[in-house]
Design a protein around this ligand. Structure first.
Ligand code: C5P
Length: 215
């Protein structure tokens, strides 16, 4: 069974993906971590801050030559610096093409070994797993998502500002929805899950209900 989960930033799609992975005993790939890892290596190698306007494509291409899905350390990569930069490099065709190859390899290998997998990101149901058995689109209002993200980040960084998180998430959603290549969209065959009033366990229950009903 292949499951595609897409959605806006901090909507709870990662949490749902994780819970479904435990419940259905299927391996999971958080594809955002691939974009974040690329952003992390790039920022480290050019030693500049991500607000700089130009991106050196040749540096990115060199990194991509030797890029894989090992060491996707969520602790390091969860900082908004990498999320925001990931959103900028996610617009580039050569970046998406290479990361697509890595994701498809994961899907093929896990389908052989484990009978399927769960991927979460922005273009999973539309580009990576267009034939997924189940597709979910997870969303919640911006302020709700910003509150969740603030709660997550504030425990480690007391200088974080709620207003900045709102602006960052809004900018990131805009980038993800408006880019030409593989934009985030709610496709016709996706199930929309609004997580605004739901606990993670309730979102899981809804997704499982749908899966069991349609299996
Ligand atoms: O999901 P997460 O917030 O970790 O993703 C970081 C950024 O990586 C997203 O804002 C998006 O621009 C990019 N991304 C993407 N396609 C994916 C996963 C993430 O463009 N499948």
């Amino acid at each position: 069974m292949k499951i595609a989960i897409d959605g806006t930033a901090a909507s709870g799609k990662g949490t749902l993906s994780n819970l479904l992975s435990n419940e259905l005993k299927l391996p999971r790939l958080d594809t955002g971590l691939l974009y974040r890892k690329l952003a992390f290596i790039y920022i480290k190698s050019v030693k500049l801050i991500s607000t700089q306007n130009t991106i050196d494509n040749s540096v990115l291409k060199t990194i991509l030559n030797d890029f894989d899905l090992n060491n996707l350390d969520p602790e390091t990569l969860k900082q908004d610096l990498y999320g925001n930069f990931a959103s900028r490099i996610g617009k580039l065709d050569f970046v998406r093409n290479k990361l697509k190859i890595i994701q498809i390899e994961f899907v093929e290998s896990m389908t052989k070994k484990r009978g399927g997998c769960i991927l979460d990101g922005r273009d999973i149901g539309t580009k990576i797993l267009p034939n997924a058995d189940f597709k979910f689109y997870v969303d919640a209002p911006l302020v709700i998502r910003a509150k969740r993200r603030f709660k997550q980040l504030y425990s480690n960084d007391k200088s974080i500002k709620f207003e900045n998180i709102v602006v960052d998430l809004e900018k990131r959603d805009f980038n993800d929805k408006s880019r030409e290549n593989s934009p985030l969209t709610l496709s016709k065959d996706s199930i929309l899950l609004n997580t605004e009033f739901l606990k993670p366990s309730q979102v899981l229950k809804k997704a499982l209900y749908y899966i069991k009903k349609n299996k």
